[in-house]
Design a protein around this ligand. Structure first.
Ligand code: ATP
Length: 576
């Protein structure tokens, strides 16, 4: 993993970038000490000289060495650019990340404000702010910094919104990780690479803006000087000594290039490094009250889920769904894409976003009423007792955390299990889900595992708790048939060992009927039929019969095309 970074570092671009950054750093640190005297010593007899042996860039109108002044100005120019970049990046990142977890109306307000500010050109904003803070070095630093906040905030908001919709963030929420934990552990490590690249690009733009402000007389004031100020002084003498203007100009361009190259190098690095700070939080867990063994794990009565439609109204996607799941039972939901299978399952797990409007006669997991937001203790229990395995193994796991870290999160957050113990347990669980060499695999990142292993690792996350319900949302769709079987076997084994119930979602009625005890058939947001898996052939609803008819069997005539589901025919048949 890190060899990729080494390769990049050892590439011609990497070597040149590192050497150039080293020279720049030396200039920042040493130039004022080494050339400080030459930069300020006046020699009236030598004033306004062109480039020559003693003065490679010539002299200014007080006879001071221009090259020495350009070198000495490196410190102030770079530090001011970095200062304003820090303001922009810190302010923008905090605003962008926090905006993603704000309630919808406030979030809209904040993003609208960011968009309005973005519609003004950066330079215009900078000039506006520099008028507020006055023509000084610190005023210009604040102006350039604050003018950059909206750009960084927009980028951060877009990046973190896309990450916070990922399955592994949803999984972390199930585990009960709060907003701060999700941001620190899951969002920031995954938006860091593009942010770092952007920071470097921002630093080089800030350097330019600073030079611009000083050039206009709004930045660094005499007797101080940065490259922008030197440029301003040099322009006046450009026909006598072009190097007086070109010198600081070249310094600005070279430094901008170094910052940009560092950005791409660092961006690549960040995507391959392990996570940043580790937030740890444990919650008091209220143990589940004793319940009779036969009581349903899941109870759903007249569940309706709506989402805002394109015209602003609500569109009902799940309509009057009703079913229950007993302990240890395996229930399958089949149906066409968009029929509401996932929405139903996510409603049970409490994982629908804030935009979903849920109403139900009853929506209960164990004794937890899922129609209202869970209390902290209930969240803790949900984290331990509901396991979710999503369809896409690549988005199900956080790419910036090792497998072990993702598994131990559950027990550390909820069970206050010491790190060493939860690591031991993680290895046990990995072994139990059929992952060979659990020690080695635990230390790897998701991309180093095969698709089937990632699915099993995801199931392992659920098994780190005390699952009463495993929701498997199309867990095998992306896998080949052999791996599908392994994953199903592991699911089956997990159910046997833990006594957990399974809600298994799939398009594939053959798979569901082979794996589940009972099948719910969904169509257009409704359960049109509930049937024992063994009696699917006797299904009464035309849609179920059509689904079953599409599955080839030993007696299927292979010379003829498989039947196609005809919606019109089914509707007609259902009416009669
Ligand atoms: N957050 C959301 N906002 C708006 N509409 C949504 C949202 N989530 C789901 N829907 C809509 O609800 C309907 C049911 O979606 P759901 O994901 O449950 O389908 P599904 O049966 O699981 O399909 P698939 O098998 O393709 O995953 C779809 O029309 C989908 O577009």
């Amino acid at each position: 993993m890190r060899s990729g970074f080494r390769q990049r570092l050892l590439s011609p671009q990497g070597v040149v970038t590192v050497l150039a950054a080293g020279v720049l750093l030396l200039a920042v640190v040493l130039a004022p000490l080494v050339w400080g005297h030459d930069a300020t010593a006046t020699a009236v007899a030598d004033r306004v000289r062109g480039p020559g042996g003693d003065h490679p860039f010539g002299t200014d109108d007080l006879g001071r060495d221009v090259l020495a002044r350009v070198l000495v100005a490196t410190r102030l120019s770079v530090l001011l650019a970095l200062g304003s970049t820090t303001i922009a990046v810190l302010g923008g990142t905090v605003l962008g990340v926090v905006a993603t977890v704000l309630p919808r109306p406030v979030r809209r307000l904040v993003t609208a404000l960011i968009d309005i500010l973005l519609s003004f050109p950066w330079l215009l904003l900078t000039l506006f702010f520099s008028v507020i803070w006055g023509a000084s070095a610190s005023g210009a630093m604040l102006a350039v910094g604050f003018a950059g906040v909206p750009t960084v905030a927009r980028l951060t908001y877009t990046l973190s919104s896309s990450v916070s919709g990922r399955d592994y963030v949803r999984a972390a929420r199930i585990v009960g990780v709060g907003h701060a934990g999700v941001i620190v552990r899951h969002v920031i490590p995954n938006i860091l690479p593009p942010l770092l690249v952007n920071t470097a690009a921002h630093a080089s733009a800030a350097l330019l803006s600073f030079a611009g402000l000083s050039f206009l007389g709004l930045g660094v004031q005499a007797p101080g000087y940065d490259w922008g100020r030197l440029l301003r002084e040099g322009i006046a003498r450009i026909y006598v000594n072009p190097m007086a203007a070109l010198g600081p100009g070249i310094a600005i361009i070279l430094t901008g290039l170094i910052l940009n190259s560092l950005g791409s190098l660092t961006g690549e690095t960040a995507s391959r490094t392990s996570p940043g700070p580790k937030a740890r939080r444990a919650r008091a867990i209220r143990r589940a009250p004793e319940r009779p063994e036969s009581a349903a794990v899941v109870e759903v009565e007249d569940l309706r889920v709506s989402f805002p439609g394109p015209d602003g109204g609500l569109v009902e996607r799940v309509r009057g769904v009703r079913f229950s799941i007993l302990p240890g039972e395996t229930v399958g939901i089949v149906g066409a894409s968009g029929s509401g299978k996932s929405v139903t399952a996510m409603a049970i797990a409490g994982l629908l976003g804030a935009e979903a409007r849920i109403s139900a006669g009853a929506l209960r997991f164990q004794d937890i009423d899922m129609t209202s937001p869970p209390t902290p203790a209930e969240s803790g229990r949900l984290g331990l007792e509901v396991a979710v395995v999503f369809q896409d193994p690549l988005t199900s796991l956080n790419p910036s955390l090792t497998i072990e870290r993702q598994l131990t999160e559950v027990s550390e957050v909820h069970d206050r299990v010491p790190r060493k113990e939860s690591r031991r347990r993680a290895r046990e669980v990995l072994e139990s889900v059929g992952i060979a060499e659990p020690d080695r695999r635990a230390r790897q990142y998701p991309h180093e595992l095969s698709g089937g292993m990632r699915q099993r690792a995801m199931l392992g996350m659920g098994l780190m708790g005390r699952p009463r319900l495993i929701i498997a949302d199309e867990p095998t769709t992306a896998l080949d048939v052999t791996v599908q079987r392994q994953v199903l076997r592991v699911l089956h084994e997990a159910r046997r060992r833990t006594g957990s119930a399974i809600l298994f979602i799939s398009h594939d009625i053959a798979l569901v009927s082979g794996f589940c005890d009972r099948v719910l058939v969904m169509k257009d947001g409704e359960i049109v039929e509930e049937v024992a898996a063994a009696r699917l052939e006797e299904a009464g609803h035309p849609y179920t019969r059509a689904l079953v008819a599409c599955v080839p069997h030993m007696a299927t005539d292979r010379s003829r095309p498989l039947p196609v589901i005809d919606e019109g025919e089914i509707a007609e048949e259902a009416r009669t």
